[in-house]
Design a protein around this ligand. Structure first.
Ligand SMILES: N[C@@H](CCC(=O)N[C@@H](CS)C(=O)NCC(=O)O)C(=O)O
Length: 212
């Protein structure tokens, strides 16, 4: 029934939102996406949205009569409550490898290029230089790590949460930071292969843009 559908509060260009949108798609969970404009309208900073997500960022997910925030906590909840298809390797070592890659993106890149940082810089140039530097540095680290862990996907031949973190961040690096990812051959190859997967085509920001 419509009222039981999950509700994803998200912004079409947000990498964190895309992680969750992709997990919902893979787990075949019906959901409605409610746009929160974090760029032009700053809707994340309203009191109304703060009552949904005290952190005033996207995404947030209303599911099972609960509102969850923080993309990685949300994805883990989906993984725990809807285990199929599994997005986490069974082997403890592979699981650790997956988490290493997730952390590089989730802690090492995304927060250092978030649009919410802009007011803390005096000029746009300073902000762009900072965000671009940390994104590129993160990609360099990912290249070194993925050379050791990747197969068809980030960790061997299983699509995992690391892939859900990688693709959105790379899309961001290319479109927003104008980075040339071809200097990172493993990253680049994985990205272009992953983009062919149905999950990334169906949940791609460009697809949402065309619906807006
Ligand atoms: N750790 C959070 C980060 C959320 C986050 O930074 N979201 C960005 C979009 S990807 C945002 O809402 N930025 C707007 C702001 O910080 O004001 C998560 O993974 O959900």
């Amino acid at each position: 029934m419509a009222e039981n559908r999950a509700v994803l509060y998200a912004f079409w260009l947000s990498s964190c939102s895309w992680r969750v949108r992709a997990a919902l798609h893979l787990k075949r969970i019906p959901f409605e996406e409610r746009p929160v404009d974090i760029v032009k309208e700053n809707q994340q900073l309203t009191d109304e949205y703060r009552s949904i997500n005290p952190n005033q960022k996207v995404p947030a997910l209303l599911i099972d009569n609960e509102t969850l925030v923080e993309s990685m906590a949300i994805v883990q909840y989906l993984e725990d409550t809807r285990p199929e298809p599994a997005l986490t390797p069974k082997s403890p070592l592979q699981k650790a490898r997956m988490r290493e890659l997730c952390e590089i993106v989730v802690s090492g890149i995304q927060p250092l290029q978030n649009v919410g940082l802009r007011p803390q810089f005096e000029t746009t140039e300073q902000y762009v230089k900072f965000t671009k530097y940390w994104t590129d540095r993160g990609l360099k680290i990912l290249e070194d790590m993925l050379q050791k862990t990747s197969g068809k996907y980030c960790v061997g031949d299983q699509l995992t949460i690391a892939d859900l973190c990688l693709v959105p961040q790379l899309y961001n690096a290319i479109t927003r930071h104008k980075l040339d990812i071809s200097k990172y051959p493993t990253v680049s190859k994985l990205y272009h292969e992953l983009l062919k997967e149905k999950v990334f085509q169906e949940t791609h920001p460009e697809k949402l843009k065309s619906k807006m």
